[in-house]
Design a protein around this ligand. Structure first.
Ligand code: NAD
Ligand code: DAU
Length: 362
């Protein structure tokens, strides 16, 4: 069994769905169900005994200890975080609590659990920490992409909190020998992406006839990776990654925000043309820039390719086409997210019905 934190969020849910599609090894999913946690993402697993859901906070040491003692996972895959840069600018406190204190709590609980294991199980145990390329800060237009030796230079409260969590993960390996691996990934996109982030926001605003907000000049550059490729990279690191190592994960796909929005609009123009015959790009509106906005991220993903044989399977063209189609075909999911009804999913699905095969423990 493995313990996944943040498995009701965007990447965590994709990870659990992909994991259980390719393996019968059960998953305990510890998630607080913040605004970003949506159990509807895992509706497909509702009657699947391989998924055990535990609602709770990664900062709750007693809860984490009890999950580790009960389920004896052979690995922890740590996704849970506050993940949205704009929210971190308005409300940094929760980012420090979850991303820094929460990671510290998990590392300490994992260390206690791991220390008591028999020798073979100690060697096999893994703590995989999921992090971001934003810890490296902003690149100039011609600078080489971030490799694993790049200096940390976080610029937002979000990236500073993730950088702090990376340092904790590193220290728990070097000081205590906890078998930690870390991945730093670029911008993900795909199904179940919460529509506060650029790509789903643009798709849904376009269809609703709303403005498509572009921060500043829209020439900021990000590297984009299809979420299924990120999940495959993490599975590969769990299998073959070396304790103490960091792996940068990216899509070899640098694009400006304006290019991204243009491609999304073109796909929507073809799939669901506007009634007036104009392109959705007519809805693009430049708005005030994000404070401290990083200009460019780019990932050098050669280490994970060379050492673990992972490369992204999707091109941006194939991944974005799948993503736009997914949003068009999942109107109900979109409706529940937009109305807030997804937050009632737990009580609707589990309320008063006793133990479920997809069990809710807390
Ligand atoms: P998300 O915001 O969609 O999901 C986060 C999940 O964590 C939610 O289900 C939420 O309920 C849960 N959570 C939050 N605080 C918690 C707490 N205190 N205790 C337990 N659960 C809690 O995030 P995401 O986009 O899926 O990102 C997952 C991880 O990947 C994060 O660590 C993020 O930093 C990292 N990452 C994300 C991207 C990206 O493009 N989205 C890229 C690189 C790295
Ligand atoms: O690089 C990895 C990071 O990617 C992850 O660590 C973060 O968790 C994830 O949220 C993402 O961060 P970004 O800030 O890059 O993602 P976001 O979708 O918020 O913004 C992408 C770019 O689009 C960024 O340059 C800001 C811009 N943007 C965003 C929004 C929401 C706009 O121009 N308009 C918008 O409305």
């Amino acid at each position: 069994m493995i313990l996944v934190t943040g498995g009701a969020g965007f990447i965590g849910a994709n990870f659990i769905l992909d994991w259980l599609a390719s393996s019968d090894e059960p998953v305990v999913n510890l998630d607080k169900l913040t605004y970003a946690g949506n159990l509807e993402n895992l509706a497909r697993l509702q009657n699947d005994p391989r998924h055990v859901f535990a609602q709770g906070d990664i900062c709750d040491r007693a809860l984490v200890d009890s999950l580790l003692a009960t389920h004896q996972p052979r690995a922890i895959v740590h996704f849970a975080a506050e993940s949205h840069v704009d929210r971190s600018i308005h409300c940094p406190g929760e980012f420090i609590r979850t991303n820094v204190e929460g990671t510290f709590t998990l590392l300490e609980a994992a260390r206690a659990h791991w220390s008591a294991l028999p020798a073979d199980a100690r060697t096999a145990f893994r703590f995989h920490h999921v992090s971001t390329d934003e810890v490296y800060g902003s690149l100039t237009p011609t600078a080489a992409p971030f490799d694993e030796a790049h200096l940390y230079a976080p610029n937002s409260p979000y990236s500073a909190s993730k950088a702090a969590s990376d340092h904790l993960a590193r220290a728990w390996f070097h000081t205590y020998g906890l078998p930690v691996t870390t991945s730093n990934c670029s911008n993900n996109y795909g199904p179940f992406h919460f529509p506060e982030k650029l790509i789903p926001l643009i798709i849904l605003n376009a269809l609703a006839g709303k403005p498509l907000p572009i921060y500043g000049d829209g020439l900021q550059v990000r590297d984009w990776l299809y979420v299924g490729d990120h999940c495959a990279a993490i599975r590969r690191i769990l299998t073959a990654g070396l304790p103490g190592e960091t792996y940068n994960v990216g899509g070899w796909n640098e694009m400006t925000n304006l290019d991204i929005v243009g491609k999304v609009c073109a796909l929507l123009d073809a799939a669901r043309p506007r009634a007036d015959g104009l392109s959705y790009s007519a809805q693009i509106t430049h708005v005030t820039d994000r404070p401290g906005h990083d200009r460019r991220y780019a990932i050098d993903a050669r280490k994970i390719e060379r050492e673990l044989g992972w490369r992204p399977a999707e091109t941006f063209e194939s991944g974005i086409a799948k993503t736009v189609r997914w949003y068009l075909e999942h109107a109900e999911w979109v409706k529940h997210v937009q109305s807030g009804a997804y937050r009632d999913w737990v009580s609707r699905q589990y309320g008063g019905r006793g133990e479920q095969t997809t069990r809710k423990e807390h």
